[in-house]
Design a protein around this ligand. Structure first.
Ligand code: PHE
Length: 429
């Protein structure tokens, strides 16, 4: 049988016959892609963190944890397949490479340093080999709890939580959420601990918070994928939906899915935290929610990265692309030039030659300054009967210093559109 000790990232562990983590896997524990500046995983993490400004971020938690932390305290059944050596990397019988960031939930609830927290970290799973799977990837966990003794119980607690719901930014995306908050068999209320009013409020806070993240993040991803103008938006509007789910450590539980290039894509899992976890962590007066999401999947969409292995590249040519890269935000503007027939009364200024591209470029600079990366002509045609000429320019809004919100880009874009009509005399389409 196997015995002895190994050193991983400067820490020593006894090994036994459960050990199944190879050297390449163990060497990943020191990489911390989510903390490398300009790495797309790190940029994605910061983009999501920016939607939770009051939450405390824990981004350097050590990846080797106990079986108790990863499975037992979270209520995984003794025969849960996730525990098997075919799915999970063991160092020894009671020590694993964490398979999810939920492994730290109970510890952070016990520490009770903040009402809301986020955890970003590398996680490890034995899995398929394809361009969407890699045995090491990154998750972000989030949780929010309220103290019942501070806010009063029942209705008064529920009102306090609804108050917090009203502070979450509103979005205008249509959300499909056909199921009741709880369902006795499929998605039960923890009725010995929570009232329906409390759980309705917690669920609303959870869902609105995560919708806000996904709507903001996917606006950037849709721009990156070239879905940029209002027409495309009308043909294929952004759709998200809540579906019922099961996790051993939450009830009720949900997944949030996004309609992406013809398929429903699962983005995150979440739910109302099992009260036994909070009680065992000595914070029985608290109740709340938790979620977990995969950063690679989101980063692949945001940065159009086709293969998950690329995140591990140490080649400067891969990493340099993101050096100055906050997400791009593309917006199109199309307009008619004035008619060529200058014969109709006086104005020789109606010659299309009057439109000089550099006037447009200067207008863009005047309005948006360095928040525009480039302006490109993407379409040009002459109307077959009227002879009028139409141009379409694509403007890429991107800051070198920070991630622009879609609202900011929209404001700049509408000022540019107004300027085109008023100062350059074109007819907007
Ligand atoms: N840990 C779960 C996973 O990896 C995600 C999750 C986190 C679900 C928190 C609910 C609450 O799939």
């Amino acid at each position: 049988s196997v015995s002895g000790r190994i050193v991983v990232g400067g820490r020593e562990y006894p090994v036994d016959e459960w050990m199944n983590a190879s050297e390449p896997i163990l060497s990943a524990v020191t990489r911390k892609l989510h903390l490398q500046s300009h790495h797309p995983i790190s940029i994605t993490r910061q983009l999501i963190e920016s939607r939770f400004p009051t939450y405390r971020c824990h981004n350097d938690l050590w990846p080797i944890v106990s079986v108790a932390q990863n499975f037992d305290t979270l209520g995984f059944a003794p025969d849960h397949p996730g525990r098997s050596r075919t799915d999970t990397y063991y160092i020894n019988k009671s020590t694993v490479l964490r398979t999810h960031t939920s492994a730290h939930q109970a510890d952070l609830f016990r520490d009770n340093l903040s009402d809301g927290f986020l955890i970003s970290a590398d996680v490890y799973r034995r899995d398929a080999v394809d361009r969407n799977h890699y045995p090491v990837f990154h998750q972000m966990e989030g949780a929010m709890t309220w103290d019942k003794t501070k806010h009063g119980y029942g209705d008064s607690l529920a009102r306090a939580i609804w108050d917090d719901v009203s502070r979450i930014p509103v979005h205008n995306v249509v959300v499909e959420d056909p199921n009741p908050t709880v369902h006795p068999e499929r998605n039960p209320l923890q009725s010995e601990h929570h009232s329906l009013e409390e759980v309705e409020a917690v669920a609303a806070h959870l869902k609105r918070s995560l919708e806000d993240v996904v709507v903001e993040v996917f606006k950037s991803a849709r721009s990156a994928a070239g879905c940029t103008n209002d027409e495309e938006e009308a043909n294929e509007p952004f759709r998200i939906r809540w579906v019922e789910a099961y996790f051993p450590f939450t009830s009720p539980s949900w997944e949030l899915e996004v309609f992406w290039q013809g398929d429903w894509l699962e983005i995150l899992g979440c739910g109302v935290v099992k009260q036994s976890i909070l009680n065992n962590a000595n914070v029985s007066s608290r109740l709340g929610w938790a979620f977990g999401l995969g950063l690679e999947r989101i980063a692949m969409l945001l940065f159009s990265i086709p293969d998950i292995r690329l995140f591990w590249s140490q080649d400067r040519r891969f990493l340099d692309q993101f050096e100055s890269t906050h997400p791009a935000c593309y917006k199109d503007v199309a307009f008619w030039l004035r008619s060529t027939s200058s014969s109709a009364g006086g104005g020789s200024r109606s010659n299309p030659a009057d439109f000089h591209e550099n006037d447009m470029m200067e207008l863009v600079r005047d309005v948006a300054g360095d928040l525009v990366e480039d302006v490109r002509l993407v379409d040009e045609f002459v109307h077959p009967t009227t002879g009028r000429k139409s141009l379409c320019y694509r403007i890429n809004y991107r800051s070198l210093e920070r991630t622009l919100t879609n609202d900011e880009a929209n404001q700049l874009h509408s000022r540019i559109r107004n300027g085109l009509a008023e100062k350059l005399g074109v007819e907007l389409r």
